[in-house]
Design a protein around this ligand. Structure first.
Ligand SMILES: [Mg+2]
Length: 185
């Protein structure tokens, strides 16, 4: 199978370093328990421009300091032997270098990587058969286009409606099980 894989809050914990630096910039003290929005900056009352200023200042540190989620590295190493793995991240190209360094540093195996916000189009063009992601908007887009998606559970995606092509995962062992099921669809 050709598998598309998101990075932030799918392969790695992006919430912890984002909260750290967003707290630093704002003087607030938000914790993981406060997170209820995919767009974390909205919890700080920032508009897109205010968010960009903070993100571009601290983005390199945020991305470098993110820790892989439990079992993500070992499962990806196993999947790499049997499948084609394309990392598909909406991170801006400015953070390409730190992203590649981080992937190498953590021994994450993959075949190619794309930095793009329109993941549905990217997957259609490169014939990706299933996407693993935490983004609620991506999950809805994919199932509506009749493409299977494995949704990595996060507080902000629990309200995504059930669908026969939506597979919820709380960890990478779940991801592995869902991929086995999806291969037989
Ligand atoms: Mg993500």
């Amino acid at each position: 199978m050709h598998i598309g894989i998101d990075l932030d809050n799918t392969v790695l914990d992006a919430t912890t370093p984002h909260l750290h630096y967003y707290n630093l910039a704002s003087g607030l003290d938000l914790t993981a328990d406060d997170v209820d929005n995919f767009f974390l900056y909205k919890m700080y009352g920032w508009n897109q421009q205010e968010r960009d200023a903070v993100y571009y200042q601290y983005g390199r540190d945020i991305h470098w300091q993110s820790a892989p989620l439990p079992d993500a590295v070992s499962v990806l190493q196993q999947l790499y032997r049997e499948h084609r793995l394309s990392i598909i991240t909406a991170r801006p190209l400015q953070f390409r270098d730190v992203t590649l360094e981080w992937l190498a540093h953590h021994d994450i195996a993959y075949h190619d990587i794309a930095f793009i916000e329109d993941k549905l189009q990217q997957c259609a063009e490169s014939m990706v058969e299933v996407l693993i992601d935490d983004g609620p908007h991506y999950a809805v887009q994919f199932v509506n286009a009749r493409k299977p998606v494995i949704l990595m559970e996060q507080p902000y995606n629990r309200s995504v409606p059930s669908h026969d092509l939506l597979f919820r995962a709380t960890n990478w062992t779940d991801v592995q099980k869902h991929l086995t099921a999806i291969a037989t669809l």
